[in-house]
Structure formats: structure tokens, C-alpha cells
Design a protein around this ligand. Structure first.
Ligand code: ADP
Ligand code: MG
Length: 713
């Protein structure tokens, strides 16, 4: 049995020089090497008779070296090797530069296999710097030479580590590969998967592309399975914790709903019910509520918060920005004005409760004493320095994931020993099966239905020729009393960042700075253009990332009060803001944004009684972006758009690898819903039969390895 943990150092062909280079590619052990998967394959599966070769073709030929010479060209000190290769059909020249040893390797009479591109010079067709390997009598017809015949793998490379070198390392190991398979025979049959050894052999050296796919599927399944097992174990851990059980109070909830200024949608009701049921249990809720922008997630969370408050417990709402925190404060205060529940807002610039605008320390004291039952603030602030009395529920807005550690940190701040329930809310609509994979340890509530009073937003693509007309339209809307958002993409600034920017804090600060500068510059330019040239007669305001939060807040709230007609910003207003009088969303260079983001922008409008319009300004006619923009015009269903976005960009881009912690292979497999389902079922089965994976030692070891590369945040 081979030891997959064997250091690559111990391999025959790895020397001191190559070791650090392999490490740079993340290859430290035999396992790393075997799981360093090809990025693509070059198809050298046909051996072409020399007489049939054509210009620019990539081909493999096999024949005999009939002549080989090396000559030196001055003054460039170039060594040229020229060989004539002959097969039954004819002969051709092969040319290499600066590889003098070839002349001594491929001596006259040697039988060789050559793969490369066919080029043309004055004297006819020739093979330009082909890969080569010697043929021995018996493997003349053998499949899979290492470099020149079959589907030849090309790997992610780094300086000094070429695909050729990797093939040279990997190929010999494959033929004697002998490793345990952590999936049992039954499990493989059940899921239609090939064995691990075969999968590794075939992913590196497939005979056909279909074989490569089969191998990839098996390896992706492994990653998905481990991810699911990890999620289930995580959940098991959480279920063993103790939380305050807050019983469902029918009278209270009915009364609250009766006092709402609108009727809840069916999805809102279902979600509220799911959450209230979770609250009634004595172990922590771990739930994600997904709902498109404007679907009304806040009020659903509020119902839970009110029930907690009436039972004597506190709830904290965490928003990503101050503006959103303020908005939550306002919404919540209005919706529960008829109750005597104390609500408090805590941001870096303000602190107040429903009853007083006080000093921060006073408000914090009220929170610590338990007087304030619902606390609203930014993620950063709340996590840093707020002490609670009896915290029962944490609501997190616009953040997909809230870590176990973050939750633990909050518990430390509470005088109660009990773990708070957790509700995350996101406006990024992820189809349920995918969400179950990415967030396998969470329960999921989905709000698909929009409130009835919502207007349909008109969406238009505006090419350069349509600008003037669009500006005219904007002007007439403003004259009718409406307001306009203008979004422009960040201008990329060419600021030199140090090599290891991500690692050093200085680098981090610097790239953050770069980001803010780019933000500011873009907004200032657009502001200047609109206020001086396009709309000199209207009031234009701007908002950019370099402004202090306080300043941003002020501009936002003054815009809400109507002090400006047009607000120019970059994506800083992306999430959550609610200004019913704003009816136009104009997006400059809309083709520079992703589909999901555009949909978020559009969600900023259409919140009031007036007809709203989203104008997508484009500069040209790039194809994929047009595809995106057209999808946006065609539908306002966020879930549908998310699926399209994923289809256009691929799951990796869509989720961002860092975000999910899923390895690339599993990420790519996210489009394969069947495979996800299978891996989920298998994970459950394995854990039901074998709680602590004692009967699955290989799997357990894999899991430990897997966990070390997964971010537990
Ligand atoms: P999001 O899901 O984007 O966070 P919000 O919770 O901010 O949405 O709700 C957007 C607006 O819609 C708020 O002003 C809220 O009071 C209102 N709203 C919520 N639910 C309904 C409903 N069922 N009918 C009408 N308006 C609603
Ligand atoms: Mg919201």
C-alpha cells in the first residue's frame, strides 16, 4: 500500500532544486502530487502518417530517426538540432533550439514518438520543437506514452515546474498505484462511481475525454461528500448546545401581524413559522433566510425578535453598514410602535433607543441591564464591544455566513450561558440544492414571492445612441418630482502593490486604499460630467467609498429627504437602502457589473407607488455582457437570474471560491445537481451507520485533511 502522506522529497526524480518549486504549487506529499489535476488535455491520440501531415496541425508521428545534426548559429549562440524522421509513408524534419543533448539521445536509428505543431519553412513542412520519447519495440503500439501519444495532460505550472516535468513525475506512479479507497464497493455501485485508483489513473491519462469526465466526477463526489459530512458533523455539534427555548406565543404573533400596515405574503408566513418553530427548541437555530431584495425579510425576523422580547430575551440585528443599520432602526421602530418593546441603535456615529438619544455608554448600559430588547448595529461594532443581558437571537443581514467563532464571541459577551439562536439573511438568491451544499450546516427558508403592492420595474438597455433620449427622460421624471440613482463602476487605478500584498497588513491597507481611491475618482468624474454637462439645471449629489460613514449617512438621509434630485455613487449603495421616491436607477457601463449585482442595484428602486425604470447604459456590444443585460431585461426573478448568472459565469466565479471554502473540483461540480444530491444522501447514510467514522478510517483521515484546507472561519 502506498503512503499518500509520503513527502515528495522522497520521490525518485525530485531534487533539491525542484522541491521548493513543487511546494510553491502546493505539492508537498504524494497525495498533493496525485491530486494536482490536469487543467486540460492535448489530443495526441491519433498517430498521423507523415505523408498526411498538414500545416498548423498538432500531431503525433512515430518513426525512425534517419539523420540528426546539431549546428551552432553565430552570433546569437543558438544551437539548432535538426533531425529527419521517417515512417512507412514518408519523412519530415524536426527542429529544436538550444537542446544539444537531443542529438545524443535520439541517435540515428532510434525509434521515436514525436508530438508537436506542424510548421512551414522555405524547404517545406517541419515539426517545431516537438515533445519526444523513445519507442521500444513492444510499446510501439502501446497507449499512453507519457508525452507524445494519447490525451496528454497539461497541468497548472509554475516557474521551473513544467507539465512535462509533472508528467514525468506522475506517470510512473500511476502504473503501480496502490491506495485504499475510502468509498466501499456498495457505495460506489450505489452512486455509479469508479474506484479511486482508476479515477486517478484516468484523470491524468484518460483514453477518451469521457473517461476523464468519469474520473472527475468521482473525485468531485469525494470532495462534495466530505463537505457534506463536515456540515452534518458541524450541525451535530450545534445541536448539542443549549439555547433558550422560546415557546410560540400565538396571541402575541397574531396581534403583531394584525398591527402591520400590510398583509404578509405566503412565503413570509411560512418563513416566520419555520423560524418560530426553531426558536421553540432548546438547541440553537442555524437558519438562512434567502429572499430577493424587497421581499420583506426584516419584518419576518422582527416577528421572531418580538416573541423573544416578550419572553424576556434580547435580539441583536447586525447590518453590514451604518446606513442599513439606521434603516432597520426606522423600519422596526415603525412596525412595533404599538408595543412597549425598547429598541436601540448603536453605530460608530450614533447611539439611541426608542426613548432617548443618549450617550453611547448609557445605551450600552441599558443593553447590558437588559432594558433594551432589540439592538441594531453594524457587524463590526456589535461584535467588538457590546455586552448583553439575555441574548437569545442574532439576526445577521446581508452576510451569507456567520462563523461558529463569531457566534462564540457573542456568547462571551452575554451574561447568559445559553447560546443564541442564529438567523442569517441574504438577498443573493441561491437555488436550494446549491445552498444546501454551500451552507450544508444551515436550514434554509426561502421567500420567493414579492409583496403584492410592488410595481413591475421597466428595464431598458441604452446603447450610446440612446443616451440623449434617456437623459431627457430622466429630466422629465425629476421635473415630476422623482429622484434618480446613478451607479458607475470603479475606475481601476494603477497603484503598485507589494508582491505579498494579501499577506501583509500594510498591503491590505494599501489595497483597501486603492479601492477607495478608485471609488472616489469614478464618482467624482461622473459627478462632474452629470452636474456640469448633462444636468446643469438639476441638483446632483455624490457618495463615495472614501467618505466617512457619518458623511455617507448624512448624504443618504438628506437624499431621502429630497435635497438632491440625482445621487451618484459606485456600488457602495448596493445593499438594502430604501428610498421610495427614487424611481430611476441609471447604471453607467452596466456591462462592467455581474448579473447578481445589477439585479441588486435594480432592487433599490420600485419601492414606492410610482412606476420605476432601470436604465442600463452600455458602451459597446460585448457578447456575454449583452447576454447578461438581456437576461436582466427579461426577468425580475432573482432566483432565475442567479441560475442564469451561474450558467454564464460558472459556479466558481459565481460564489467566489474563498467564500464557500469548497475546493475547485467540487465547485465545478455544483452545476451537477444530481451529484450533489447523491453526495448528500451518502453522507447521511455513512454517518447514520457509523457515527464517529470508526468503520471508515480512510474517510476520517481524508476528512481531517479536508478540514484543514476548509476555512472554518
Ligand atoms: P429586504 O428583504 O430586501 O430586506 P425589507 O425587509 O427591507 O426587504 O422590506 C422592504 C420594504 O417592504 C419595507 O419597507 C417593508 O416594510 C415592506 N414590506 C415587507 N413586507 C411587505 C408586505 N408583505 N407587503 C408590503 N410591504 C412589505
Ligand atoms: Mg434587507
Amino acid at each position: 500500500m502506498m503512503d499518500l502522506n509520503l513527502s515528495v522529497e522522497k520521490l525518485k526524480n525530485v531534487g533539491a532544486r525542484n522541491l521548493p518549486r513543487l511546494h510553491k504549487l502546493g505539492i508537498k506529499t504524494l497525495r498533493d502530487l496525485l491530486w494536482h489535476l490536469p487543467a486540460r488535455y492535448d489530443d495526441y491520440s491519433q498517430i498521423v502518417p507523415i505523408a498526411d501531415l498538414a500545416l498548423d496541425q498538432k500531431a503525433t508521428i512515430q518513426g525512425t530517426v534517419v539523420k540528426i545534426d546539431s549546428r551552432r548559429i553565430f552570433p546569437r549562440r543558438l544551437v539548432i538540432i535538426e533531425a529527419i524522421i521517417e515512417d512507412d509513408s514518408g519523412s519530415i524534419k524536426a527542429v529544436w533550439f538550444n537542446q544539444p543533448y537531443i542529438a545524443t539521445t535520439l541517435t540515428e536509428g532510434t525509434r521515436v514518438s514525436l508530438a508537436g505543431a506542424i510548421k512551414l519553412d522555405k524547404r517545406g513542412l517541419y515539426l517545431a520543437s516537438p515533445s519526444y520519447e523513445k519507442l521500444h519495440q513492444d510499446d510501439y503500439l502501446a497507449y499512453h506514452l507519457t508525452h507524445t501519444h494519447g490525451l496528454i495532460p497539461t497541468y497548472p505550472e509554475t516557474e521551473g515546474v513544467t507539465s512535462k516535468y509533472l508528467r514525468f513525475l506522475i506517470k510512473p506512479i500511476l502504473s503501480e498505484l496502490n491506495i485504499p479507497d475510502h468509498l466501499s464497493e456498495e457505495s460506489r455501485t450505489r452512486n455509479g462511481l469508479i474506484g479511486l485508483t482508476t479515477a486517478l489513473q484516468k484523470i491524468h491519462y484518460p483514453l477518451t475525454l469521457a473517461e476523464a469526465d468519469q474520473a472527475r466526477e468521482r473525485l468531485a463526489f469525494d470532495d462534495l461528500l466530505l463537505f457534506q459530512i463536515k456540515a452534518l458533523l458541524e450541525r451535530r455539534k450545534i445541536n448539542q448546545l443549549k439555547s433558550p427555548a422560546i415557546p410560540f406565543d400565538k396571541e402575541l404573533v397574531t396581534d403583531l401581524i394584525k398591527h402591520l400596515p400590510f398583509e404578509l405574503t405566503k412565503d413570509q408566513k411560512i418563513s416566520a413559522w419555520e423560524i418560530l418553530k426553531d426558536l421553540g427548541r432548546s438547541y440553537p437555530m442555524n437558519r438562512l433566510m434567502e429572499g430577493d431584495v424587497g421581499s420583506g425579510k426584516t419584518v419576518v425576523a422582527l416577528i421572531a425578535a418580538v416573541q423573544a422580547a416578550k419572553a424576556g430575551y434580547q435580539t441583536v440585528f447586525m447590518a453590514p453598514t451604518e446606513v442599513l443599520a439606521c434603516q432597520h432602526m426606522e423600519t422596526i421602530r415603525n412596525l412595533i410602535a404599538h408595543t412597549n418593546i425598547e429598541v436601540g441603535l448603536l453605530t460608530s456615529s450614533t447611539a439611541w433607543t426608542t426613548y432617548s438619544l443618549g450617550k453611547k455608554t448609557e445605551i450600552k448600559n441599558r443593553i447590558a441591564r437588559g432594558d433594551t430588547k432589540i439592538i441594531i448595529g453594524t457587524h463590526a461594532l456589535i461584535q467588538k464591544d457590546v455586552a448583553f443581558d439575555k441574548l437569545a437571537l442574532v439576526v445577521i443581514d446581508e452576510q451569507h455566513r456567520f462563523g461558529v467563532n463569531q457566534r462564540a464571541a457573542l456568547i462571551k459577551h452575554s451574561s447568559s450561558e445559553l447560546v443564541p439562536h442564529l438567523l442569517s439573511m441574504t438577498a443573493t438568491p441561491i437555488p436550494r440544492t446549491l445552498a444546501l451544499t454551500i451552507y450544508g450546516d444551515l436550514d434554509i427558508s426561502i421567500i420567493k414571492e414579492k409583496p403584492k403592492n410592488r410595481q413591475k420595474i421597466i428595464t431598458r438597455i441604452v446603447p450610446p445612441s440612446g443616451r440623449q433620449e434617456a437623459h431627457q427622460f430622466i429630466r422629465s421624471e425629476v421635473k415630476a418630482g422623482r429622484q434618480v440613482f446613478v451607479i458607475c463602476p470603479r475606475i481601476e487605478l494603477a497603484v503598485q502593490t507589494p508582491d505579498n500584498a494579501e499577506q501583509s497588513t500594510r498591503g491590505k491597507a494599501k489595497s483597501q486604499m486603492k479601492f477607495l481611491l478608485a471609488d472616489m475618482k469614478a464618482v467624482q468624474e461622473e459627478y462632474k460630467k452629470l452636474s456640469e454637462l448633462v444636468f446643469p439645471d438639476l441638483k446632483v449629489a455624490m457618495l463615495h467609498g472614501k467618505m466617512k460613514p457619518k458623511e455617507k449617512n448624512e448624504i443618504m438621509s438628506r437624499f431621502k429627504e429630497g435635497f438632491a434630485d440625482i445621487l451618484v455613487s459606485t456600488s457602495v449603495i448596493e445593499v438594502g437602502i430604501d428610498i421610495p421616491n427614487a424611481t430611476i436607477m441609471m447604471i453607467e457601463n452596466a456591462d462592467h457589473f455581474g448579473l447578481a449585482q445589477l439585479h441588486q442595484f435594480r432592487g433599490r428602486i420600485g419601492r414606492g407607488e410610482h412606476q420605476s425604470t432601470c436604465l442600463l447604459f452600455t458602451s459597446g456590444a460585448e457578447k456575454t455582457s449583452n447576454q447578461r443585460l438581456k437576461a436582466l431585461v427579461a426577468t425580475d426573478d432573482g432566483f432565475l437570474l442567479a441560475e442564469k448568472d451561474m450558467a454564464i459565469r460558472g459556479p466558481g466565479e459565481f460564489f467566489g471560491t474563498g467564500q464557500s471554502g469548497l475546493p475547485d473540483l467540487a465547485m465545478a461540480a455544483l452545476a451537477n445537481v444530481e451529484l450533489i444530491k447523491k453526495s448528500r444522501a451518502e453522507a447521511r447514510l455513512i454517518l447514520t451507520e457509523d457515527q464517529n467514522l470508526t468503520k471508515h478510517p480512510e474517510l476520517k483521515q481524508q476528512l481531517l485533511r479536508f478540514q484543514s484546507i476548509i476555512h472554518f472561519e
